[in-house]
Design a protein around this ligand. Sequence first.
Ligand SMILES: Cc1cc2nc3c(=O)[nH]c(=O)nc-3n(C[C@H](O)[C@H](O)[C@H](O)COP(=O)(O)OP(=O)(O)OC[C@H]3O[C@@H](n4cnc5c(N)ncnc54)[C@H](O)[C@@H]3O)c2cc1C
Length: 510
Amino acid sequence: MTTQGSLKKILVVGGGSAGWMAALLIAHSVKDKGIQVSVIESETVGVIGVGEGSTPVMKRFFDTLDIQESEWMPECNATYKSGIAFDGWSTKSGHDSYFHPFVTMVDNLTLPPFIDNVKARLQGADVCALPNKFFLSAHLAENNLAPIANHNFPFFTTYGYHFDAMLLGKFLRKKALQMGIEHIRAHINNARLDDQGNIAAVVLADGNELAADFFIDCSGFSALLIDKALKTPFVSYADNLLNDSAIAMPTDIGEKIPTLTVSTAMKHGWAWKIPLQNRFGNGYVYSSAFTTADQAEHELREKLGLLESDTQARHLKMKLGRVEKHWNKNCLAVGLSQGFLEPLEATALYLTQMTAAIFCLFLEKGDMSAQAQQIYNQEINDYFDGHRNYIIAHYKTNTRTDTEYWKANAANLHAIPDSLKQIFATWLEGGDLGDEIRRQKIEKYYPVASWYALLAGMGMFPDVERRLGQNTSSQTSPLGDFIPRCALNFRDHRTVLSAQVQTEAHSMAA
Ligand SMILES: Cc1cc2nc3c(=O)[nH]c(=O)nc-3n(C[C@H](O)[C@H](O)[C@H](O)COP(=O)(O)OP(=O)(O)OC[C@H]3O[C@@H](n4cnc5c(N)ncnc54)[C@H](O)[C@@H]3O)c2cc1C
């Protein structure tokens, strides 16, 4: 077993977003300990180049490395993200679009009336229970306001980002080189194991070997070390989550820059729309069991108004699931090599960051024991499964019946892990969802507000359509003008982004 004291060289295999993120976090964590961190990437295998939305936790990554938003955001055409709108996922009256907000401090005031209304609605009362009307983030997104409050606003606001994945990779590489991380360009053919089954070295295409004490596998879906060399068992999510393919295409951005990702239900999956400073990133995540790549591309082009356009579409395959052991022998898998949930909640880089950051805690303590490995692997597995369950909930609660794809998702019996069954049961019984989520200790994956937003947003209310009829009170929030008045403390998104460029120019001149 490797001990921290015997660690002199850590080799990160792969220079995609995961590779550079992991290298930066690890190098930051072991700085001044005389450990060399190197990143090797192939000249012939590119990066996946998609993955343009984040959760709020990404801010912590930049804060840890003391990288200012005014430095990285303009270089990556990045924008702020207040949450995700789900369009067309529910057929329930009044629920054709709902918002999953990133919770803010103001929600401490608005969540209780939302929950009261949800409970009343579950008992048949005709009251508003659409999350859009109760969360500041939803209002900011609806009005293209950046989620950065003026100084006099006393509440903390949470937000994520959108960014150009290729530019982010370049930016992280630049920062890594500045930190003294070594960058090697060479193609790896395979790995050589020692007599205890640890990785001794990677074998390059030119026949040379690169040895290290510890390896970080960030080689993407090819999983060169964790799978091909160490044969770590893989837990597939294919029974739970049916999508296995994606298409990506850009479109022009307008004058206003939105602060939300839009996820629109399609015939055989869903389409993302992500605003960057210079373009929208669009894509269609679908199941190849229900449609062909050509049909899916046609459907996406039609949606984007690109049927006659020569804009290139990128087709991608996805392997959903996770390895059983993210840390196996002297190898840690980070990024797509360790597993992937489909991108519905844009969680991949979040899981990448958590995988690397939690490993750094063990590294800093110098605890590389078998017990540490076991505790660590359980924790990361729980992160993956916890996030998977939240994503499954979107598909199970969809009420579309227009295609076999949507019907199969709603009917999929594999798709209900016990944790989710309990959540659905508590909801339908009108019980306290917060208590149930705390009992299951899953709040760290998704907060209580996210679960309420999802289930209420989907309109998971008994006989709601029949009871509501034509009544309009279901659209009116009891909060009056509280949220719009809070929003007076926020400025136009494009204006805030333009100011960042000036701030950075100013700090470089100083
Ligand atoms: C359709 C889709 C949408 C997504 N959307 C999101 C999103 O909104 N938010 C989010 O957080 N994530 C998203 N993701 C996931 C995100 O794209 C990835 O998590 C992220 O890009 C990290 O990828 P990676 O670095 O693990 O792998 P890659 O980018 O594939 O990098 C692999 C690296 O390994 C190197 N390599 C491979 N083989 C060899 C070899 N033989 N020798 C040497 N080097 C080698 C390559 O050169 C490359 O540098 C999405 C993914 C998909 C498929």
